[in-house]
Design a protein around this ligand. Structure first.
Ligand SMILES: Cc1cc2nc3c(=O)[nH]c(=O)nc-3n(C[C@H](O)[C@H](O)[C@H](O)COP(=O)(O)OP(=O)(O)OC[C@H]3O[C@@H](n4cnc5c(N)ncnc54)[C@H](O)[C@@H]3O)c2cc1C
Length: 288
């Protein structure tokens, strides 16, 4: 393969460094949540960070790909047709242990559809996976009077990391939608000051129960810092409730869809910018 093409302004292309993780072990932490622990030399130098929503972009080559791990993503994109490019899936860093060199990711196993969920279900020690990152954008503000953390199973890893990092005694309202009681995580304990509500979806549409529970909850007085993520339609409804109805300061809210029902991550990410722009426009006061 040839070197990646230079950018239009003559500068060398920005090199995004992919890493390779090797599956060390896996476990079912609930019937539909699979924990995969990655290790190996490819994780050396993975940065520690304060953001509690840190995520990585896992790369999945298409079936029948002519290349194997490790591969040069930039070169593949420069030289192969797009149906040969690896596909990305975004996952939260549930834990990074720099001493053991182990990166933990919790995957929702939402059925046989998709790439990442089924990959996690079939992952075995020694399997390799390439990924980019980490990125991230949220950590709980220490000057907040209270915190609201709300989401579904996909957002729970970030909520769990946040709970582990809240200062002792911090006040937090936490709502997590899961299918039923069997999906509640036993390993996350609510500290004093934290009200943890498991919201059961049952046979309902993903996100409906979460929207109902959060919308019915009285918010404490004072300044709240908000983290709401999960299924995109539910997140949109909660954003309207929290910003428009409750009047929370947008600067103090981290609210966005992690996935959208009926869409793969590719389709969701491709339309996310437009989706967010439309929501912003709907929220803008008339005449602005
Ligand atoms: C910043 C960020 C962090 C994330 N962190 C995590 C994490 O730690 N753990 C995690 O499990 N997910 C996480 N997600 C969500 C995850 O990226 C998506 O759920 C992704 O679509 C899963 O990829 P897939 O290949 O399994 O399914 P896809 O191929 O993307 O989708 C196949 C089908 O499954 C549906 N689907 C996708 N996700 C779900 C779901 N959670 N429940 C029910 N149906 C679904 C789709 O709508 C589609 O119909 C995160 C997303 C973002 C943006």
């Amino acid at each position: 393969m040839t070197e990646p093409r230079p950018t239009g302004d003559g500068r060398p292309p920005r090199k995004r460094t992919p890493r390779v993780g090797e599956v060390v072990r896996t476990s079912r932490i609930t019937p539909h949540m699979i924990r995969v622990v990655l290790g190996g030399e490819g994780l050396a130098g993975f940065p520690s960070g304060e953001q509690t929503d840190r995520y990585v972009k896992l790369l999945f080559p298409p079936v029948g790909a002519t290349y194997g791990v490790p591969y040069d993503v930039e070169r593949i994109r420069a030289e192969l047709p797009s149906d040969q490019w690896p596909v990305t899936r975004t996952y939260t860093v549930r834990a990074w242990d720099p001493v053991a060199g182990e990166l933990t990711i919790d995957f929702v196993h939402h059925g046989d559809e998709g790439l990442a969920g089924p990959w996690a279900a079939g992952a075995r020690p020694g399997d390799l996976i390439q990924f980019m990152g980490p990125g991230g954008g949220y950590s709980p503000r220490t000057d907040a009077d209270w915190h609201l953390l709300a989401g579904d199973e996909a957002a729970f890893p970030a909520i769990a990391v946040t709970l582990e990092q809240l200062p002792p005694g911090a006040r937090a309202l936490v709502f997590v939608e899961v299918a039923g009681p069997e999906e509640e995580h036993a390993d996350v304990l609510a500290a004093p000051g934290v009200e943890l509500h498991w919201v059961h979806r049952g046979q309902g549409i993903p996100g409906d129960a979460l929207v109902a529970a959060v919308s019915a909850a009285p918010l404490p007085s004072g300044r709240g810092h908000v983290f709401v993520h999960g299924e995109a339609y539910a997140v949109r409804a909660l954003r309207g409730h929290l910003r428009a109805t409750c009047g929370l300061d947008p600067e103090w809210t981290s609210i966005s869809g992690y996935w959208r029902r009926g869409d793969t991550e590719d389709r969701w990410q491709a339309t996310k910018r437009e989706w967010n722009a439309r929501i912003e426009a709907e929220e803008a006061p008339v005449g602005s």
